[in-house]
Write a protein that binds this ligand. Sequence first.
Ligand SMILES: [Zn+2]
Length: 474
Amino acid sequence: MKLKFFFLYLLLFTSSVFAGGPYVSDLVGHTGSAAHWPYDIVGKTWVIHWKYDSGPLTSGGPVNIDNATAIRDWVRPLFDTWKNVTLDLPSGEHVSTVAIKFVEDGPIGYDITKENHETFTKTPKPGDPILPTVVIFDADGSITADYMQDKTKRNSIAGLGQPFVDSSGVLIQRGFIILNGRMIDGVYKADGNDDTNNGEFVQNPSASNQAEVKKRFQAVILHELGHLLNLDHAQVNLDIVMNCSLGSCDQPEAVPTLFPNLKVTDQFTPHRDDKVALSLLYPTQAFNSKFCRVTGEIVNKDGKGMQGVNVIASSTDDAVRDARAMVSGVYYAPETEDGHYVLAGLVPNQDYEISFEPLSKYYNDKPASGFQPLGPTSPVGFTPGVISAADGTQTVRCSQGGQTIAMPAFTVDITQPSTGESPPEGGDDGSAATGKGWWCSLNRNQTGNVYDALVWMGMMVFGIISLHRIKRKL
Ligand SMILES: [Zn+2]
């Protein structure tokens, strides 16, 4: 009995999950799957243990966020926001669609600083001890500057998030997020630091906008926790979003939490695209049985799979709110001839349009931000359009939950002139001073390598704990 359970456990633990919007895909076995946190077969949930920095989130500025406040009022509730994701059905039913559990293991016990952050932020090497997943508070931006090896980044990068996978390529072993508190309380040029030379200036909230700044930063935390959960950046409603600047947007509901930079405080709550991407990675049974999916492939004019084309399913009734996207071929390493996509969380008996577009070159070209697992660029030079269903209709609909609609392969010919490329934003690298938005940064190094033996030891410990729990239940 025990052995049977254990075997089943290991099987699930190491199996691939075909999932969506992932930041880290399997670059080891090339199985066309996303990486995911460990699965607990007894609790039927994916489990993430985390610890936190013992230092303050901010220091010395007008907005004082000490350690206890940051954890109690900000980080902990935002973990719960992801855990409690629901999608609505026309009947009014709120369906819980994400099966994840967060286990808070307490403080690290000391202040993580620019001198010691690499303990947690460096990509693991074979033989390294297995460390905890940590939430790092970077009160003065110095950790961000050191991590990015660019001191100016402390004035523009609000947060960083990184999951590390083990040598299996699909199992997330640990990760970290860095939260740059300097973006909350701000530092004047005149404070004696060396920012005077590069003309940069960070947020210095007046008493009147402190509440706004706090909300913005909570959106940053939610965004980075999304990366920790293996969500990649997302592009939906680009035409609307590109006309938004930080704090000013006609349709804030158009901006997903995982958009590459912060535009609106609305990103403080997950939008449909964010919810669907997370639900696809860590689905409840209800997500799989009550909603539908659309699958298909983008190919080039030679019929070969093409990566890097953004495919969107949007409701004909509410195209802005009910939209989800996936970049073709994201489950494979860069320069793989694969153009598959899956668009999930479609409501039965609702018409959806399936459209395609280039990724915004503005984001995709940035060395520090973008869409994984692509290289520095993705295909441009084609006109966005609609993908017709197999019967030639311009919309699709499913009749009941659990159905998958297969779209015919669709050819994107990049020799056509581009009319769909998004205009770049002005300004520099999105520093707070330009008002263009706060930036997040992704580490492009996706693979963490640890000894197989260590991985297997970890799996066995997890398996044994599960066995204990099974035994107790029996
Ligand atoms: Zn990000």
